[in-house]
Write a protein that binds this ligand. Sequence first.
Ligand code: FES
Length: 105
Amino acid sequence: MKNNWFKTIEKNEIDNEDVKEFKLSNGKEIAIFNLNNKYYATDLYCSHEKVSLCDGFVNGDSIECPLHQGVFKISTGEVLESPPTKNIQAYEVKIEDNYIFVKVS
Ligand code: FES
């Protein structure tokens, strides 16, 4: 399967320890995180119910879902605390010309 890099927002559009929602040009919605000026991207929605993780709480390398407080590891998408049982997808990120690019296959 072909892998594609998608251009998203500029680095300075997202504060440290913050998360932003972004819709890729292929229609996929993702969450972009700034953790001490390292950037990460995951699926936008919790795997438990379709709730935006951008309304959740960033704590170090974890994001807490606002609805039932499930917790995912931002760098890998792995479930750290239930009720979710299914991991979310984490995507590869690179910076070019101050823009955040996300690789989605
Ligand atoms: S919807 Fe995210 S934990 Fe339930």
